[in-house]
Design a protein around this ligand. Structure first.
Ligand code: GDP
Ligand code: MG
Length: 669
C-alpha cells in the first residue's frame, strides 16, 4: 500500500512544474471523467515508498463556481488523498493563502509549498515561515520550482508528513456568526451529512450560501434553512452585511493580519500602497504607533469623563432626591418605617449607585464602537501586542484592561473579543485590579487627609500597584491553569471604514443594555441583603453598631488588626464597598455619623498614614464589586468567579498586612 497525494493551488503557482520535478517522466496524461480538463497522474519513490501524485486543476477557491473548482473539490472529498501539497505563489501570499485556509477549514491534510521564492527574494521581501507554519498548524517547504531548488526538501517533508499524520486544528473566528456555526454544527451531529467534510466546515459552507449543499442537508434537517435565514437576518441587523461578504471579509482580515505580522518588506514600495496601507504605516508605526494610540485614548477618556460626569451627577442627584422624597412620602402615608427604609435606603440608593455609572459607560462604549467600526481598534491592539506579551497576554487583551480603568464591567465584557479561552479568562481575572473610577473617591479622600503633600503620588502608586499586580497574577494563573495551551494568534486587520451611525449606536446600545441587565439582577439581590443586615434586628438605627452588619463588622474587625485598621467601621465599610467601591466613603461617613469635614477629623484619629495606605491597598484589591462579580459569573462560570473573589481577598489582605507590618518596622507605626 503506497500513499496518494495531490497537488493543489491557484493557477500558475507552479503545480505542474513541481509535479514534473517530483515524478519526472513517469506520468500519465488523461482527462478528468466527463470533462476535457487535463488530468496528470504519476508517482515517485522515496526510500522504497511509492507515492502516487495527482496534479489538480488550478483553483482560487473551493466555492465551486467553475468546473475546475468542482473537479478539485470532488477529488479532495471523495478520493481523500493522504496529503495535499498546496503549491502557492509566495510573492502573492495574501491572495494565495485564501485557498490554503479553505483547504484547512475543510479538514484537508495540507503541506504548504511556498513556490516562487526567487521572486520573493528579488523583491526584498522576507517571510517568517516558522511563524507562518505555527499559526497555520502545518509544515512549510520553500521552493523555486523553475530552478528545481527545494525539491529534495519537499520530498522529505512529504514523507515525514505522510508518516506522522497531520493534526487538524485550524479555525478562523467568524465572530458574530460563531453561535450560528455552533448551532448548525450541533444539528449536524450524528447525522453524517455529508459525511466527508467536518461539521464545522459544512456549517460555514451553509452560511456561505452553498445552495447545493443546503438542499442536500434539507432532506434530513428540514429547518436548516430557517436557521441559516435567522443567522442572515441577525448578521444584517448587527453589521449590515450579508453572509458571504462577511465570511470572506473575516478570512481576509485573518490573512491581512498574517501578512502584516509575518511578511516584512525590506524596501518600501510607496507607489503600490493603498490608502489603507498608508494609514497603517502611520497608525501602526513602531515609533508613532503607541503615542498616537495614547493620544486617542486620552481623547476618549477626556470625552467620557467631561461629558459623562455632569450627567452622572444628575443621575446621582436624581436618585438622591428620589430616595428623599420617597422617605417623606412614606412617612406622610404612615408606611412602616422598615418598608420605607428598604425602598429608599436600600433599593433606590443601591440601584442608583450603580446606575450612576451608566452615562460614563454608554459614552465609553460609544467611543469604543466608533474606534472599532472604523477598524482602528484592531490596529491599537496590534501596536500594544508586544507590550502585552510581557504580561503573558495577547495584544487584544489590552482593550479590556484599558476599559477597566473606567469601569471593570465593560472591561470584563470586552474580553469577549478574545478568541482564546486562556486569554479571555486571564484577562477577566485580572481586570478588577485595574483601578476603576469608583475607587478614585476613596483614594482622594484618604490622600487628602493623610498625604497632603504627595496626594498625586499616592493615588498614582495605587494605579501602578494594580497594573503590577495584574502582570504578576496573570503570570501566576497562566502557569497554574493554562500550562499547555500556547496558541499563537494573529492580530486581524480588518479594512478601514467610515463608521456608520447605525452600527455604532447599535453596538453601544447592545453593550450598555447588557450592563444594565446583567448587573441589575444580582445588584438588586445584593442591595436587599445589605439593607437587611443593616436594619436587623428590628428597632436598631440603620447600619449602627448593634445592627447585624455592625456585629458582623465587629467579628471581622480583628482580621484587619494586623493591617492596622481593625475597627468595625472599617470592616463594615469594606463589606459595603463590595456593593460599589465608592460606597466605602459614604459608609464611613454614615458610620461615624459625620459630614465630609467631620469625617476627615475622625479619620485622623482612627488611622495613621501607614494604616490609611494599607486600607487603600485593601480597597483596591479585595473582592471585585458585586456588579463585577455578577459580570464575571455571566462571562465565565462559578469556578472562575470563586477564584476571582478569593484570590483578590487573600491578595488584598496579605498585601495590606505586609505593607503595614513592614512599614511599622521602618517608621514605627
Ligand atoms: P500551474 O499552472 O500551477 O501548473 O503552474 P506551472 O507549473 O505551469 O507554472 C507557471 C509558470 O511559472 C511557468 O512559466 C513556470 O516556469 C513558472 N514557475 C514555476 N515555478 C517557478 C518559480 O519557483 N519561480 C519562477 N520565477 N517561476 C516559476
Ligand atoms: Mg498546470
Amino acid at each position: 500500500m503506497g500513499y496518494k497525494i495531490a497537488l493543489a493551488g491557484n493557477p500558475n503557482s507552479g503545480k505542474t512544474t513541481v509535479f514534473n520535478l517530483l515524478c519526472g517522466a513517469r506520468e500519465k496524461i488523461g482527462n478528468w471523467p466527463g470533462t476535457t480538463v487535463e488530468k496528470k497522474q504519476g508517482y515517485f519513490t522515496y526510500q522504497d515508498e511509492r507515492i502516487e501524485v495527482v496534479d489538480l486543476p488550478g483553483t482560487y477557491s473551493l466555492s465551486v463556481y467553475s468546473i475546475d473548482e468542482r473537479i478539485a473539490r470532488d477529488f479532495l472529498i471523495r478520493e481523500k488523498p493522504d496529503l495535499v501539497i498546496c503549491v502557492i505563489d509566495a510573492s502573492n501570499l495574501e491572495r494565495n493563502l485564501y485557498f490554503v485556509i479553505q483547504l484547512l477549514e475543510m479538514g484537508q491534510p495540507v503541506l504548504l509549498n511556498l513556490n516562487m521564492m526567487d521572486i520573493v527574494e528579488k523583491s526584498k521581501v522576507r517571510i517568517d515561515t516558522q511563524k507562518l507554519s505555527k499559526i497555520l498548524g502545518i509544515d512549510i517547504v520553500e521552493t523555486v520550482a523553475s530552478k528545481g531548488s527545494g525539491i529534495k526538501d519537499l520530498k522529505e517533508k512529504i514523507i515525514i508528513n505522510l508518516e506522522k499524520g497531520i493534526k487538524k486544528s485550524f479555525k478562523i473566528n467568524y465572530q458574530n456568526l460563531e453561535s450560528a456555526i455552533e448551532e448548525i454544527t450541533s444539528l449536524l451531529k450524528d447525522k453524517e451529512i455529508p459525511s466527508d467534510i467536518p461539521p464545522r466546515a459544512v456549517a460555514i459552507r451553509v452560511l456561505e450560501q452553498d445552495f447545493d449543499l443546503l438542499s442536500e442537508i434539507k432532506k434530513t434537517i428540514p429547518h436548516i434553512e430557517e436557521v441559516k435565514n435567522k443567522a442572515e437576518a441577525e448578521l444584517s441587523r448587527l453589521t449590515g452585511e450579508d453572509l458571504e461578504t462577511f465570511i470572506i471579509e473575516r478570512r481576509y482580515a485573518f490573512l491581512k493580519g498574517v501578512v502584516k505580522e509575518y511578511v516584512k518588506k525590506e524596501v518600501s514600495l510607496e507607489d503600490r500602497l493603498t490608502f489603507s496601507d498608508k494609514l497603517d504605516k502611520v497608525l501602526t508605526n513602531r515609533i508613532l504607533g503607541i503615542p498616537l494610540f495614547l493620544f486617542f485614548m486620552y481623547l476618549l477618556f477626556q470625552m467620557v469623563f467631561s461629558l459623562g460626569s455632569p450627567i452622572a451627577d444628575l443621575v446621582d442627584g436624581f436618585f438622591g432626591s428620589l430616595a428623599e422624597s420617597a422617605k417623606v412620602f412614606f412617612e406622610n402615608q404612615n408606611f412602616p418605617a422598615l418598608l420605607s427604609s428598604l425602598i429608599s435606603d436600600g433599593i433606590i440608593s443601591g440601584v442608583g449607585s450603580v446606575l450612576v455609572f451608566l452615562p460614563n459607560i454608554m459614552l465609553l462604549f460609544l467611543g469604543i464602537s466608533i474606534l472599532e467600526d472604523s477598524g482602528y481598534l484592531a490596529r491599537a491592539a496590534f501596536v500594544m501586542d508586544r507590550f502585552m506579551h510581557a504580561l503573558g497576554l495577547h495584544g487584544k487583551s489590552f482593550i479590556p484592561m484599558l476599559l477597566g480603568f473606567g469601569c471593570n464591567i465593560p472591561g470584563i465584557m470586552a474580553a469577549r473579543t478574545l478568541e482564546s479561552r486562556k486569554d479571555r479568562i486571564l484577562t477577566i481575572l485580572v481586570n478588577p485590579l485595574m483601578s476603576c473610577s469608583a475607587r478614585l473617591p476613596v483614594y482622594t479622600l484618604f490622600a487628602s487627609v493623610f498625604f497632603t503633600k504627595n496626594q498625586g503620588l499616592v493615588v498614582f502608586s495605587l494605579y501602578l500597584l494594580g497594573i503590577i499586580l495584574a502582570i504578576f497574577v496573570a503570570k501566576v494563573f497562566k502557569h497554574i491553569f493554562f500550562k499547555e495551551e500556547v496558541a499563537p494568534l494573529v492580530m486581524e486587520l480588518p479594512p478601514y471604514r467610515m463608521p456608520t451611525v447605525r452600527n455604532v449606536l447599535l453596538s453601544m446600545w447592545t453593550r450598555s443594555s447588557l450592563f444594565v441587565k446583567k448587573a441589575g439582577t444580582i445588584i438588586f439581590l445584593g442591595v436587599v441583603l445589605v439593607w437587611l443586615l443593616s436594619s436587623l434586628p428590628f428597632g436598631v438605627e440603620y447600619a449602627e453598631e448593634n445592627s447585624l452588619i455592625g456585629k458582623f463588622g465587629k467579628i471581622l474587625a480583628p482580621l484587619f488588626k494586623p493591617a492596622g485598621f481593625g475597627f468595625w467601621q472599617a470592616a463594615v465599610a469594606l463589606v459595603f464597598g463590595i456593593l460599589a467601591k465608592e460606597v466605602v466613603v459614604g459608609t464611613l461617613g454614615t458610620l461615624y455619623g459625620a459630614s465630609e469635614e467631620g469625617l476627615k477629623e475622625v479619620l485622623l484619629q482612627q488611622f495613621t498614614p501607614l494604616s490609611a495606605y494599607a486600607f487603600l491597598i485593601m480597597t483596591l484589591i479585595y473582592i471585585p464589586c458585586i456588579a463585577s462579580i455578577a459580570t464575571i459569573k455571566r462571562e465565565t462560570n462559578w469556578k472562575w468567579t470563586a477564584l476571582a473573589v478569593s484570590y483578590s481577598l487573600i491578595l488584598g489582605w496579605v498585601l495590606s498586612v505586609l505593607v503595614y507590618q513592614i512599614g511599622k518596622l521602618f517608621i514605627g507605626g
